[in-house]
Design a protein around this ligand. Structure first.
Ligand code: SF4
Ligand code: SF4
Length: 105
């Protein structure tokens, strides 16, 4: 799936407006995961992956403590990888030619 970038015609663009300017090529498979779900369930109390992500990729949606991952929104900033206090984030670049590209960078 390919999303064309565009500049929102609004005075104060929201995060969603700004994210709309990012071009994205879906690699088809998630490039993000957790190493061991049990660590999220039993050891993690802070869920830093959820709070640090600027694109709402990691989400606390279940009741087991294991975050869901909307990898399609990922901006490849790498913050989740470093924020996890248990080193439990599996992080790879999307396959060649996929992932994000930025209009102004
Ligand atoms: S911060 Fe790490 S251990 Fe905690 S929920 Fe996220 S991936 Fe799991
Ligand atoms: S790399 Fe950045 S944007 Fe992607 S999931 Fe991690 S924190 Fe979120």
């Amino acid at each position: 799936m390919s999303v064309k970038p565009g500049t929102p015609d609004v005075e104060q663009p929201s995060i969603e407006d700004r994210l709309y300017t990012v071009k994205y090529e879906d690699p088809g498979d998630s490039h993000l995961d957790v190493e061991l779900a049990g660590i999220c369930e039993e050891k993690c109390v802070t869920q830093d992956c959820v709070s640090v992500c600027p694109a709402n990729v990691w989400r606390d949606e279940g009741d087991d403590g294991v975050p869901t991952i909307a990898y399609e929104n990922c901006l490849e900033c790498g913050s989740c990888r470093w924020a996890c206090p248990h080193g439990n984030v599996v992080w790879e670049y999307p396959e060649n030619g996929s992932g994000v590209s930025y209009k102004f960078g």
